[in-house]
Design a protein around this ligand. Structure first.
Ligand code: 4AD
Length: 429
């Protein structure tokens, strides 16, 4: 008999029919004359009942432990008392891998669960998040490819900082120091005269010493870069990307989203245009709402959340003060004290999901900013060549996959968006 996904058992179509399923024992309860096994596979859960009259099956089921992997056959019966409305009356059961006493029980601490993450990843909650994560990656590829972008990769070992030296991981490269990539961007800019519209999804590494619920030291970064375009174009792509992700995830995972406390209908409402504010308008909102904030500072999640109260969609903030911005951001020709950059913040929680900018074409201006940041401008010589040989206006952004997943899945901490999180305090398992 062919095995079917558990989800298929949960429809009236198979009532009274014999089926074969395989999965893991999610819960088990042994009574004198009956054994209840709640079976789990990637698609769902269903309760199986083994009675004494199915003699061999009953003897076999007695050896079953929680989280053992099992194959079984039996007849489907509708039962409103069962956890998912249907039960399987078992007539044969085979233990594939008998589990030792499973170490995870209800009362375990978050830290303990992180220590045995390799067993916790099979939890129903994490399985739902990982399914949504998979669709999110597919949606990113779909969006960019539909828009005519080429996918292209850049090295992870790099000689230069993109986002400031203080958050770089230094690696010993045959006796020479190199750094793990913080961003694909500088290489992407060199690829513009080749491919013009490009994107990539890759890990980025940040040695930020911030122990927060939004920072990973290794995260997945979807980045894009376009030639012949500027701030306006990347804002359009930011809106397009986020709304495509929300739509695809809502369509494919309504049940997983509901389990996580997210109404899929909320996500279907996330459509362009999103609100756009200039930094100075954002400051006004914060002042009016009496949020403590120093004009000129970056917008952190506290301020992001305060602004988010005014909107029901993610929102952009543009035209930040150039002083605090990365060296590669173009100054606004109308007011050089401002940078042609944008950040997109999530609705509800106000976390930054996207950071992007129009790129500067002015080598001396960039050198001055690198000196401001105490960087060695010589290591950027290769990058300045991209401005010396047929430069065109160009712009791009980076999107934090886990930040977006945290927002969509309403997760209090970013670590649950990725199977094996790397944070300032954790590199194991
Ligand atoms: O704003 P960031 O630092 O921008 C860049 O790296 C640009 N070079 C991107 C570009 O223009 N191509 O990072 C972009 C996004 C942030 O908006 C955030 O969503 C995410 O990356 N991010 C992190 N996500 C998880 N953990 C961290 N430590 C993150 N740091 C940034």
């Amino acid at each position: 008999m062919d095995f079917i996904p558990i989800k298929q058992v949960l429809t009236s179509k198979l009532e009274g029919k014999k089926v074969a399923i395989r999965g893991w024992v999610y819960r088990e309860r042994k009574l004198k004359d009956k054994i209840f096994l709640v079976m789990r596979d990637v698609s769902g859960i269903v309760q199986a009942v083994v009675k004494t009259d199915s003699k061999k099956a009953f003897t076999d089921a007695q050896k079953v432990t929680m989280e053992s992997s099992v194959e079984l056959t039996g007849k489907v019966r509708k039962d409103d008392r069962a956890p998912t409305g249907f039960e399987i009356d078992v007539d044969s059961i085979e233990i594939i891998g008998r589990a030792e006493r499973f170490p995870i029980t209800r009362d375990k601490s978050e830290e303990y669960l992180l220590d045995i993450r390799h067993l916790w990843v099979r939890s129903r909650k994490l399985t739902s998040v990982f399914k949504i994560r998979s669709t999110m990656f597919a949606a990113i590829h779909e969006y960019f490819r539909d828009q005519g972008f080429y996918e292209v990769q850049a090295p992870i070992f790099t000689p230069t900082a993109c986002e400031g030296g203080s958050s770089q991981f230094k690696v010993d490269y045959f006796g020479k120091p190199v750094f793990l990539a913080q961003s694909w961007q500088l290489y992407a800019e060199a690829l513009i005269p080749s491919l013009e519209k490009i994107y990539c999804i890759a890990p980025s590494f940040r040695a930020e010493k911030s122990k927060t619920s939004r920072h990973l030291t290794e995260y997945w970064h979807a980045e894009m870069e376009i030639g012949w375009g500027g701030l306006e174009e990347i804002i359009k792509h930011g809106e397009g990307l986020i709304s495509h992700i929300c739509k695809r995830v809502a369509e494919e995972h309504p049940d997983d989203l509901k389990e996580l406390g997210r109404d899929p209908k909320d996500l279907l409402k996330i459509k362009p245009p999103f609100p756009h504010l200039k930094y100075k308008d954002a400051v006004q909102i914060l002042k009016k709402d009496k949020v403590k904030f120093k004009d000129g500072d970056d917008i952190r999640p506290v301020e992001g959340a305060a602004i988010a109260k005014h909107y029901d969609k993610p929102f952009f903030v543009t035209h930040f003060p150039a002083d605090v911005m990365a060296f590669y951001k173009s100054a606004d020709p109308k007011d050089p004290k401002l940078a042609l950059g944008m950040d997109l913040y999530a609705s509800e929680i106000g976390t930054e999901l996207i950071g992007g900018s129009q790129r500067s074409l002015d080598i001396s201006e960039m050198k001055a900013k690198l000196k401001r940041d105490k960087e060695d401008t010589k290591t950027y010589d290769w990058y300045f060549d991209t401005r010396r040989f047929g430069a065109v206006p160009h712009a791009g952004f980076g999107f934090g996959v886990e930040r977006c997943l945290q927002w969509i899945c309403k997760l209090p901490h970013i670590r649950d968006t990725i199977p094996f999180p790397r944070t300032i305090v954790r590199t194991e398992p």
